[in-house]
Design a binder for this molecule. Structure first.
Ligand code: FAD
Length: 255
């Protein structure tokens, strides 16, 4: 497979199609592996849906669906939930007007040169970054980080990934005390993962793992001090806020 078999896209942008594909895969495929959800997993699911309902910068129809699922989950007083009842809520069988989550995946910025490359894990990182940036209006810097951490711990299909991530989170996530440091925490830990995975078999040769963003993507993010590479954190924050902002999401390839 070569580059020209990929759908045309802009490598320096974020696509809504990837975010919706990630929601579809997470909610209709990954969670479907759990026929009954209870205890800690249930509160994890509630917090995950709650941050999606609050911060997902989606199309109105998708936001309406997330809000209706969130309200339904908050009203459920049972201590356990069957996946099939969640699935009904996602498919909007109650026919809440103008609320739907599109079925299926269409990877754009997260497409890979082979089917086993990129896709959902790329989409999950992208979603996570978008949510930390969206939550910058919020009050609690831990809300999105902890909700996503628990989701990955309880449900993320790549169990080795979940273990690695949980170890990083245990070391330092609770020290994050501001919304802007939440954005930077996620950026720097994603780069740790990129560093660990660079050159691994899981790396798509068309999308090499780098310390992101490249100097081409954000020249002012990079600096040199005493001959050593440095990151300019203020410039980085400005860049991340713009790159993952709702105004900058591209809507190509949406149904
Ligand atoms: P990804 O790393 O998925 O990144 C997606 C996009 O985000 C990139 O294309 C780029 O545009 C942007 N980006 C890159 N770096 C940053 C950054 N620092 N900050 C902000 N944006 C950035 N795979 C394993 O093999 N082993 C693991 O232990 C592992 N752990 C994972 C843990 C988590 C929580 C997740 C979500 C995934 C994990 N994966 C792991 C998968 C792996 O990190 C990649 O997602 C996958 O290999 C696809 O890589 P990619 O090239 O699409 O880029």
């Amino acid at each position: 497979t070569t580059e020209d078999q990929l759908r045309p896209f802009n490598r320096s942008r974020v696509y809504m199609s990837d975010l919706e594909s990630t929601l579809h895969y997470s909610l209709r495929v990954e969670l479907a592996a759990h026929p009954v959800i209870k205890g800690e997993a249930l509160s994890t699911l509630q917090r995950y849906i709650s941050v999606l309902a609050k911060y997902f910068p989606g199309r109105p129809v998708v936001n309406n669906l997330l809000k209706s699922v969130d309200m339904w989950l908050k009203g459920e007083k049972d201590t356990e939930l069957s996946y099939s009842s969640l699935r009904d809520a996602l498919d909007n069988t109650a026919e809440v007007p103008n609320a739907a989550l599109p079925e299926g995946v269409r990877w754009v910025g997260c497409q890979g040169s082979k089917p086993h490359f990129r896709r959902y894990p790329c989409g999950m990182w992208t979603l996570f970054h978008v949510l930390t940036v969206q939550a910058e209006e919020a009050a609690d810097p831990q809300e999105v980080l902890q909700a996503m951490r628990s989701y990955i711990h309880s449900f993320f299909g790549c169990r080795a990934c979940a273990t690695h991530f949980e170890n990083m989170a245990q070391e330092s996530m609770s020290h994050v005390g501001t919304l802007s440091s939440a954005v930077l925490w996620l950026w720097s830990h994603h780069n740790h993962v990129n560093n660990r995975l660079a050159g691994a078999l899981s790396e798509d040769p068309h999308f090499p793992k780098i310390q992101w963003p490249s100097p081409e993507l954000c020249p002012s993010c990079h600096g040199v001090k005493n001959g050593e590479h440095t990151w300019n954190q203020a410039e980085l924050l400005t860049f991340l806020r713009s790159h993952f902002s709702s105004e900058h999401l591209l809507s190509d390839y949406l149904e």
